[in-house]
Design a protein around this ligand. Sequence first.
Ligand code: HEC
Length: 115
Amino acid sequence: MKKTVIYSVILLLVLSSCEYNVENEEVQVVDNECSTEVSYSSTIRPIITTNCMPCHSGDGSEPFAPDLTTYTLVKNLDVLIKQATQSRRMPRNGTLTDNEIAAIKCWVDNGSLNN
Ligand code: HEC
């Protein structure tokens, strides 16, 4: 009888430690999928204004650089913008930080919302 109790306690400990690990992994997976919401107006727009407007303002000074002055224009090119910044091809002068590049990726992955 005593043995059964001891085995039960050990089994419980093992089970509860497994459960703990599973919870930890789930949290990490959610993080990798950009669970935190990235705001267009407070994060993405300022990044574009500071780093892309010198060439993407549509004023004709860089005729081949697509106009990125409004949400709709940015939304239409969202996947290209993600690719160009992930590969660090854009901005041409390489001014984005790793966090800014990650924010753009998450914003696009979350559906490029006008939030
Ligand atoms: C120094 C000028 C300059 C800056 C700064 C710049 N771009 Fe560009 N961009 C260009 C030019 C010129 C083109 C067109 C020719 C080409 O594709 O290289 C272009 C093309 C693009 C394209 C079209 C698709 C493609 O991949 O070519 C995207 C998307 C883009 N830029 C995104 C951005 C974003 C986002 C930023 C800011 C984070 C940015 N660019 C900053 C000059 C610039």
